[in-house]
Design a protein around this ligand. Structure first.
Ligand SMILES: NC(=O)c1ccc[n+]([C@@H]2O[C@H](COP(=O)([O-])OP(=O)(O)OC[C@H]3O[C@@H](n4cnc5c(N)ncnc54)[C@H](O)[C@@H]3O)[C@@H](O)[C@H]2O)c1
Ligand SMILES: [Zn+2]
Length: 292
């Protein structure tokens, strides 16, 4: 299986090929949405960086997408880690600090509350592209983290995945990671960066994150596809819908006949193909949409 994390700027074909959906009139009618929600049996909530924006975690698009002089997405690559594990670890140390200081917002909480209330009578799955752990901290249980988690590490040799909440994750990263663009390059020797706990291994650790250009974990992808392939309602929350493979999930569900509702502060390339569109910060729109 070779599904890679890519941003196909030049190939939005998947999200524009739904004549059946295009024929439907799009609605922003909240009471109609609530009727659909009430009768739905299997609900997928697909979230992206936008849901955490109100918790103070910047998205990659827009002003928040830079760390020092680097575009954040340029550091989230295997090539960047190979060139400078020190620089990439500083970047992730910074992201871990931001995420650990952040709190789940009203959007995360509304989703978790809905699952707690209806999770026994409906199948509710949260599929997130986010790596900040905020859905889990809000209380979401049936959660698929497509792109990994900032608070997990993976050994570059034996592949062991471990949850690590230490801050800093190693002594050498204390006081590092400042995002200021005037901060000079990174020079932490490799042996001072996080290493595998196994005595027989001791290789360099990396963040357990699916970087741009890498394959998604096969089992994680299978779980997500299974949920998408049977849901009757899909909420697309705070995602630009241009990072694959997540970008194809909601159009796949819509093409199968599932109802798709998008929650975003601005329209995305996929908006015209969805049944409902609710414009605004999802910390405001979701609590309304998911309340009785
Ligand atoms: N919090 C995180 O874990 C985090 C943060 C940045 C990037 N990323 C990663 O970067 C990639 C970026 O893809 P993406 O599509 O998730 O994010 P993105 O940065 O491409 O897009 C964010 C989307 O959220 C919308 N948005 C911003 N604020 C919002 C709000 N308050 N309410 C509703 N919508 C809002 C924007 O209009 C935009 O469409 C993903 O792979 C993700 O793993 C993760
Ligand atoms: Zn190891």
């Amino acid at each position: 299986m070779c599904i890679r994390l890519i941003t196909p700027i030049s190939r939005p074909t998947v999200i524009c090929s739904f004549p059946r959906i295009m024929a439907l009139r799009q609605s922003s009618d909240m009471s109609k949405f609530k009727e659909v929600l009430k009768s739905a049996k299997e609900i997928v909530i697909l979230s992206g960086a936008g849901i955490s924006a109100e918790s103070g975690i910047p998205t990659f698009r827009g002003a928040g997408g830079f760390w020092r002089k680097f575009q954040a997405s340029a550091l989230a690559t295997p090539g960047a880690f190979k060139t400078s594990p020190s620089l990439v670890w500083e970047f992730y140390h910074y992201r871990r600090e931001v995420a650990s200081k952040a709190e789940p917002n009203a959007g995360h909480k509304a989703i978790a509350k809905y699952e707690a209330k209806y999770g026994k009578i409906k199948k509710i799955t949260v599929i997130t592209q986010n790596v900040d752990g905020l859905h889990g901290r809000a209380g979401s249980k049936n959660l698929i983290e497509l792109h990994g988690n900032l608070f997990k590490t993976r050994c570059t040799k034996c592949n062991e995945v471990v949850t690590n909440l230490n801050n800093p994750i190693c002594e050498a990263l204390a006081g590092r990671g400042a995002p200021d663009e005037n901060v000079a390059g990174s020079d932490i020797p490799e042996q001072a960066l996080p290493h595998c706990r196994r005595h027989s291994c001791r290789a360099l650790l990396r963040p357990h994150i699916v970087w741009f250009g890498e394959n998604l974990d096969y089992e994680v992808l299978q779980r997500a596809e299974a949920a998408i392939s049977t849901c009757d309602l899909c909420l697309v929350v705070g995602t630009s819908s241009i990072v694959y493979p997540a970008a194809m999930f909601a159009p796949q569900a819509a093409d199968r006949g599932a109802i798709v509702a998008e929650f975003n502060i601005e329209p995305t390339p996929a908006t015209p193909n969805f049944h409902f569109y609710f414009q605004g910060p999802c910390g405001t729109t979701l609590p309304v949409a998911l309340s009785d």
